[in-house]
Design a protein around this ligand. Structure first.
Ligand SMILES: [Zn+2]
Length: 311
């Protein structure tokens, strides 16, 4: 990656994750991991009530939600640990009696780094079985420029989901369902059946090309299968909470799926013609979508690289 491209991407990462423009923190020596953490450190946490008591929290890595219940809050994802004080303050406004459950949509730190402190606040951590296994491993994610080491015991999952689990809590019934390997090999959706709010984890990024974690079992075909699963789960009035980006609708999910399918088709055709990765990138197989999807975090060249790897 050229330096200018690297800096541009990191600035975009900071802007997206923090929800603010903070070019000063995008120093050239920082890895994307450092930059995302710095963005979270600089960001306020916003709390947006959705429906049925479910509240969206943004400003620390991936999107999170919290919902009050009889024994404390239920959370889906818990952000980056350095945001603890700010996230805790927002949670306290929703319900001051601690956290009962924290569900992880997948193992990435921008969704689960808060596991240790939410566990200290009372939470039982719930994750898909492969995600739980990754919490005990050392994993290098090249694109993030960081090697993740095993989580302390308190941050690991105590309740595992193989394929599906239904959790009746508070005023809602939450259905947790494993995707087949998609963004990783351990992604979970969380659907609040009464509030009609669907969390997709990082199988769906609204308005952004998604990252695909091949090291942990992800693939473009798995992402497309997950996009179809999300469309099948969503109704016309469903509030869709993506892993990153603003709230979406079923129509947005369809546009996202169609983008993935078209780019996969384009890249597969180039690879079948014998084009190298560099030649495939130069052919710009994402061009028709770049204005809408290619402006932040995952550049058109990186997304082409991720798709090329899987076709
Ligand atoms: Zn992720």
């Amino acid at each position: 990656m050229k330096n200018a491209e690297f800096r541009r991407r990191m600035t975009s990462v900071a802007a997206l994750v923090a929800g603010l423009c903070a070019p000063g923190i995008a120093a050239a020596q920082q890895t994307p991991y450092d930059t995302i953490n710095a963005a979270a450190a600089a960001s306020e946490i916003t709390a947006t009530p959705l429906r049925g008591g479910v509240v969206l929290l943004q400003g620390s890595g991936g999107n999170m939600v919290a919902m009050p219940g009889p024994d404390g809050l239920l959370m889906i994802d818990d952000g980056i640990a350095l945001s603890k004080a700010k996230v805790e303050a927002k949670l306290h406004e929703i319900q001051p009696t601690g956290i009962r459950y924290a569900v992880n949509t997948h193992w990435h730190w921008d969704h689960t780094d808060g596991n240790v402190w939410v566990h200290d606040d009372g939470a039982t951590i719930i994750a898909q079985a492969n995600t739980a296994r990754h919490f005990g491993e050392t994993i290098r994610v090249v694109e993030w420029g960081h090697t993740f080491t095993p989580l302390p015991a308190g941050g690991r999952a105590a309740m595992l989901v193989a394929k599906e689990k239904t959790l009746a809590y508070g005023t809602d019934v939450i259905r947790l369902r494993a995707y087949m390997p998609s963004h990783t090999d351990g992604d979970l959706s969380a659907y609040f059946t009464r509030a009609d709010v669907l969390l997709t984890g990082d199988t769906y990024w609204n308005g952004l090309y998604p990252f695909i974690d091949y090291v942990a079992g992800g693939s473009i075909d798995g992402m497309i299968a997950a996009a179809d699963a999300n469309i099948a789960m969503a109704g016309e009035k469903t509030i869709v909470v993506p892993g990153h980006g603003p709230l979406g609708t079923r129509a947005d999910l369809i546009a996202y799926r169609d983008m993935l399918v078209t780019i996969r088709t384009n890249v597969a055709a180039l690879k079948k013609q014998g084009k190298t990765l560099e030649e495939a990138i130069a052919a710009r197989p994402t061009a028709a979508f770049d204005a809408k999807w290619g402006q932040m975090i995952i550049s058109p060249a990186l997304f082409t690289t991720l798709v090329y790897r899987g076709v």
